[in-house]
Structure formats: structure tokens, C-alpha cells
Design a protein around this ligand. Structure first.
Ligand code: MG
Length: 259
């Protein structure tokens, strides 16, 4: 008796499901609105699309300031390139604008005749969110990627000391390298506790090297990362003037799209 009731219930259930399926139309699962906005892509790969904020177009550093004192950025701009200036000891620079979630395009080139080894060979970095002076933030490592042995969680394409790149598509000195990044900022509760972590997806010369990687906190030179001292709200994007003694590297074509 019990089984018959169950069986009858099951049959009724499947009949109902079949009926529902009968009535379902392809249109039921079509989403028509809101319509994604039309964006004109650049003519060449890497050219800024129409809705990008241009952070460096080869002409000036109007979008950038010195991190230590907020004064105008003092790196060198010449021949369309932005070159790290270590001589004036002005240190890291960051954007005047602050961002939350975004898509970033940035190109960089190690100088010809680079010297040094490992972390001392063409070291810079892109802090996807700067959360204070010095190197506070979330660093996507910039380093000579070509035949340059170092710890793999600190090589080019790494999220410093957290994420090893999935591949090394790096080019030689004096050749342009390209990063395309999707950054999802961490979200905090009012009491400072973490609501959701930061994520980064990174393409290095068009090759996926970080796939929606969940960061464990701001990147740390020493010690384990955590969100204990992470900062709230939108943050600037910061470029690193690393203290190594190798010749400084250059950047060009930096743009961002807020998401
Ligand atoms: Mg670095």
C-alpha cells in the first residue's frame, strides 16, 4: 500500500514535469534587457576602446602622483614612454583616480642590456589596489621573465607570493610585454571583517596566467597575507620603483575600464 502511494506520487510528479516541459518555450530563457552598451574596439589589439579611461597615452603624467607625498609624479616621459626614475628617489607612483572593479591594460618593456639576477633583474610591479604608502597593496609582479630564475611565486605574472603563473609567455629584454587584468576588489563588512575576497584574472602577452585567483590578502614581502589590515573602498593603481640596481624599465599604453 505504502509503495503504491509513493509510486502514484512519483508518476504524478513526472507527469507534471512533462506537462511543464511541454509548455516551456525557448523564449522563456532568453534575456533581452538591460542591453550591454556598444563599445567600439580599438583598431589594433591593445588599443584603448571608446569607454576606457586613459592613464598614460605617451604624453604626460597628469593622471599620476608620487605616493609618498601626493606631489606630481616625477618619472620620466620621453618618446611616448614612461620610465621609472630611480635617480630622484621619488619612489612609487599611483593614479589620482580610485577604482573598485576594473579591466586594466598595461604594456612594459625591460631595457636592453639588463643586468642582475632573480628579483634584482628588472623588478617593478603593478599594485592592482594601492592601500597605503610604499608597497602596501596587491602586487602583480613585473620582472624580467626571460631566462631569469627566481621563486616562481615571485616571477613575472605572479600575484606576489600568492599565485604562481599558469605559464610563462614572457618575451626577451627590449621587447614589449602586455598585461591585461580583471580585478575584483575585496569587500568588507562595516566592522572590518571580510565579506568577499579580492580576485584577479591576468593575461600575459595574451596568455591566461592567473584564472580568477582568490587572494588571501594584500601581497606581503615577509610573512603570510591576511585581510586583517586591508583597506576599505576604491583604491588607486600603483607602479613600483623597486630598489634593485638594474636599469629602469618602461611602460606605455595604460588604460582602464571600470566595471
Ligand atoms: Mg616588484
Amino acid at each position: 500500500m505504502k509503495y503504491r502511494i509513493i509510486l502514484t506520487a512519483m508518476m504524478a510528479g513526472s507527469l507534471f514535469a512533462a506537462k511543464a516541459q511541454e509548455k516551456a518555450k525557448p523564449e522563456d530563457t532568453e534575456i533581452w534587457e538591460p542591453i550591454p552598451k556598444v563599445v567600439t574596439p580599438g583598431a589594433h589589439l591593445g588599443d584603448a576602446p571608446s569607454d576606457a579611461i586613459i592613464l598614460f597615452d605617451g604624453k604626460n603624467l597628469d593622471e599620476w602622483v608620487t605616493v609618498s607625498d601626493g606631489s606630481p609624479a616625477k618619472w620620466d616621459v620621453a618618446d611616448g614612454l614612461l620610465t621609472v626614475n630611480k635617480a630622484n628617489h621619488s619612489g612609487n607612483i599611483e593614479t589620482k583616480r580610485k577604482f573598485t572593479n576594473y579591466q586594466l591594460h598595461i604594456e612594459w618593456k625591460e631595457p636592453e642590456g639588463l643586468e642582475g639576477t632573480g628579483q634584482g633583474r628588472g623588478n617593478s610591479g603593478i599594485f592592482l589596489a594601492s592601500i597605503g604608502k610604499g608597497d602596501a597593496g596587491y602586487e602583480l609582479q613585473v620582472l624580467d621573465p626571460y631566462n631569469n630564475k627566481t621563486y616562481v611565486n615571485g616571477m613575472a605574472g605572479s600575484l606576489y607570493k600568492q599565485a604562481i603563473p599558469l605559464a610563462n609567455p614572457g618575451r626577451k629584454d627590449n621587447e614589449w610585454q602586455v598585461y591585461d587584468v580583471i580585478w575584483t576588489a575585496p569587500v568588507f563588512n562595516a566592522d572590518g571583517s571580510l565579506k568577499s575576497p579580492a580576485y584577479a584574472t591576468v593575461f600575459f602577452n595574451g596568455v591566461l596566467v592567473e584564472n580568477h585567483f582568490e587572494l588571501k590578502g594584500p601581497t606581503q614581502y615577509i610573512g603570510k597575507p591576511s585581510y586583517d589590515k586591508a583597506a576599505f573602498g576604491p583604491a588607486p593603481i600603483k607602479l613600483q620603483a623597486h630598489g634593485d640596481s638594474s636599469k629602469p624599465l618602461s611602460f606605455r599604453n595604460i588604460w582602464v575600464r571600470e566595471l
